[in-house]
Design a binder for this molecule. Sequence first.
Ligand code: GBH
Length: 438
Amino acid sequence: MFLWGTATASYQIEGAVADDGRGLSIWDTFAHEPGKVKDGHTGDMACDHYHRWSEDVMLMAALGVNSYRFSISWPRILPAGRGAVNQAGLDFYDRLVDGLCAQGIVPAATLFHWDLPQALEDEGGWLARDTASRLADYAGVVAARLADRVPIWITLNEPFVHMVFGYALGTHAPGRTLFLDALPVAHHQLLGHGLAAQALRAHGAQRVLVTNNLTPVRPASSSTGDLRAADAYDTLHNRLFNDPVLLGRYPDLSAFGVDAMPAVRDGDLAVIAQPLDGLGVNYYNPTRIRAPGEPMGLPFEDAGITGHPTTAFGWPVVPDGLRELLTGLKARYGDALPPVYVTENGCSQPDIPGPDGVIDDQDRIAFLDAHIQAVGAAMSEGVDVRGYYVWSLLDNFEWAEGYTQRFGLVHVDFPTQKRTPKASYHWLRTRITTSPTP
Ligand code: GBH
């Protein structure tokens, strides 16, 4: 059965940040620091999903999806990041999972979607090797309670984006600006993935995945300089996170003046590269890269994709990039590529109310239609794709953009928390029921 789903993440929808013993995450800290998030928005209330989860499950049931990808808030389960387990936090996910199962919706749980317990950040966050072991402990705790009903587990969401935005550039929590010194964050997350995968399996998880944010990289021209730059970017964005997991080795980082991946110890790669049941792929857009104008900095420069429409966020809309990405994975990894799950794809669009008051998000419909067709094309070219999840079910807290970017199939009026399905929601229901595969 092909999995059609919607995806969300804990800090982006739950709110209830002080309820039932939840601890602080790095996003609570970051969002409350003036100037970090647009308009001073925070996830304090978000979509109030913590209290409105059953309404949200019914929205999914009526949409007709057969799977739901959500993330578990680590500081709800382990308020201090380690040690004492907060049963009330586990109870929340227990209720949610039962509610999903009652509607025939397969739960797919992500362990880490960027909301690290603040207590672990105080001990170094992902710069500290110990955080990898803490992720594994947390994985064991949640799987012991939920793996009897949650068949699909995703260890990490987009470790590239967390490293770059959180630790290299500082535009996301925890707001560090370490540039290339952030590389240990990649290794420690990947080690955490491997250790958590072992813990999940030990507690009965059926399918263990890791989700990477991937982008097909297009050189701006066929000049040697542009080709070399594109290769360097591909190495940093894609291969740094795929190769260790799928091939058991890091790519050559010499273009970055790095002769060996830092923080790696004997045996780590064997832990990272244990068999996976699927690769989660989040796709938003391709990247066009040229040689750097200035030779001292990074070995690439973003040339920008031109000649395509853009979303409200300014991201180019290139559906064929998803086919290119999926077939490219198959070409590069061959039999080492496990089944692929598109664990996020979607776009932001401003509200355009139609005559009946329903948000008439035709651009989102066109976006989803074309990207689903791209998945279908990749499948007919031999890529084993098992699922497609729309980002996102609800308009939600879009990280540094606060509530200014709306990605939902369902509109949320934040002051009242009223949910109203958009035109795209109705379109997707028809699309899913008309044909069971992309
Ligand atoms: C995902 O990240 C996250 O998992 C999710 O939490 C988030 O809400 C969602 O996507 C929407 O943002 O500068 O034009 O080349 C997405 C990571 C990183 C993808 C920046 C697009 C740049 C586009 N994004 N990237 S562009």
